[in-house]
Design a protein around this ligand. Structure first.
Ligand SMILES: *[C@@H]1O[C@H](CO)[C@@H](O)[C@H](O)[C@H]1NC(C)=O
Ligand SMILES: *[C@@H]1O[C@H](CO)[C@@H](O)[C@H](O)[C@H]1NC(C)=O
Length: 367
């Protein structure tokens, strides 16, 4: 018994020292960092006193553990599938007590459901990790990694890393359009609000660059008006809600312009625009072509299109999650997430601008 325990300790030690070794030699899978909202939160909110959480069944029903784990999906989310595709282990939530020692070298997920670009987005969810706090945690993370592999090693790890940032949707759904006559909507016309949000986003991306990020996938917003919640509440006859679609139509091209400007400023293609809108619209317009029976009705929920309220143990639940594009009233199923990641990897310049993730991986493996 004792020998077995010793052996296990030894194996664990060898495993972790090989990770440290690989990082020091600039080999091994690159680290992966995730920032943003519920589309990419892998469980940080479970550690917070907030109402924005996915910690009860049937969330996680198709996850390997079949248990809720904080992901806003039936199974894997987009960061999990990216990790899988680049040959890494999934990144742990930054607040997880398991994220210690050499596990830090895999990367970290700082995302928190409910947040937006603006500090006042998602205030109704109370205690969530707003984007500036996520960036502070990223700084703190780098100090922890420095203690592990030295300052130069930590810097290299961050420079070589892949970064994903997904936010912006909540600045519309959970701010401007949250209630009629919201503060922001009385303060700004929609086009002015879009400009304001984009200029704030630009500051966030510059800080990320200053913190050492050199490959950052920046996702635009999905078709905000086509999620079951909005079809149910604002859509006419099951159509996408026009006003939110208009917001996404205004926002997404401006985001690409802003990214182009930033890349010009830093003199390299650090920021990659990912056209989440188009990626979603493909299966929303042709659900059957992608194996879905519907892209309007959520798998889990209640009311029209299962789009009202939240997904809970007493909600309607579809038997086969792979036949639904949306898991709950806002978030895609694992199957839809896989279609999205496929486009992130291989999509042409209409989906990934200026290049896709396969090309990035190929380019970066040569340096
Ligand atoms: C948002 O909060 C951060 C950190 O608290 C602050 O630095 C930033 O200026 C704020 N942004 C705006 C627009 O107030
Ligand atoms: C995207 O990835 C595929 C597969 O790796 C590649 O053949 C293609 O040229 C890439 N497209 C662009 C625009 O980079």
């Amino acid at each position: 018994m004792e020998t077995l325990a010793t052996l296990l300790v030894l194996i664990t030690f060898l495993f972790f020292s090989s990770i440290v070794e690989a990082q020091n030699n600039n080999r091994g899978p690159r680290a992966f960092f995730v920032f943003g909202d519920s589309l990419v939160d892998s469980g940080n909110n479970n550690f917070l006193a907030t109402t924005a959480r996915a910690d009860s069944p049937p969330y996680g029903i198709d996850y390997p553990t079949h248990r809720p784990n904080g992901r806003f999906s039936n199974g894997l989310n987009i960061p999990d599938i990216i990790s899988e595709q680049i040959g890494s282990q999934p990144t742990l939530p930054y607040l997880s007590p398991e994220l210690t020692g050499p596990r830090l070298l895999i990367g970290a997920n700082f995302a928190s459901a409910g947040i937006g670009i603006l500090n006042d987005t998602g205030i109704q969810f109370l205690n969530i990790i707003r984007i500036y706090r996520q960036l502070d945690y990223f700084k703190q993370y780098q100090q922890r990694v420095s203690a592990l592999i030295g300052e130069a090693g930590a810097k290299l790890l961050v420079n070589r890393a892949l970064v994903l940032i997904t936010l912006g949707g909540n600045d519309f759904v959970n701010n401007y359009y949250l209630v009629p006559f919201s503060i922001r909507s009385t303060q700004f016309t929609l086009p002015d609000y879009v400009n304001y949000v984009i200029s704030e986003y630009s500051k966030i991306l510059e800080i990320m660059y200053d913190l050492g990020a050199r490959r950052v996938l920046v996702t635009g917003t999905g078709p905000l008006g086509c999620v079951p919640s909005q079809i149910a509440q604002r859509g006419r006859n099951g159509n996408c809600a026009e006003e939110l679609q208009r917001a996404a139509d205004l926002y997404n091209p401006k985001l690409v312009d802003m990214i182009n400007q930033l890349n010009k400023k830093v003199g390299s293609n650090v920021f990659i625009a990912s056209n989440a809108f188009k990626m979603h619209m493909d299966f929303i317009n042709n659900p059957r072509q992608y194996g879905f029976v519907t892209s309007k009705v959520a798998c889990c929920g209640q009311g029209p299109y299962n789009g009202l309220g939240i997904c809970t143990v007493v909600s309607n639940l579809c038997p086969n999650r792979d036949e639904y594009a949306f898991w709950d009233s806002f978030h895609p199923t694992e199957k839809a997430n896989r279609i999205i990641v496929q486009q992130i990897l291989e999509g042409d310049t209409n989906y990934m601008h200026p290049m896709n993730l396969s090309t990035i991986m190929e380019l970066d493996s040569r340096v």
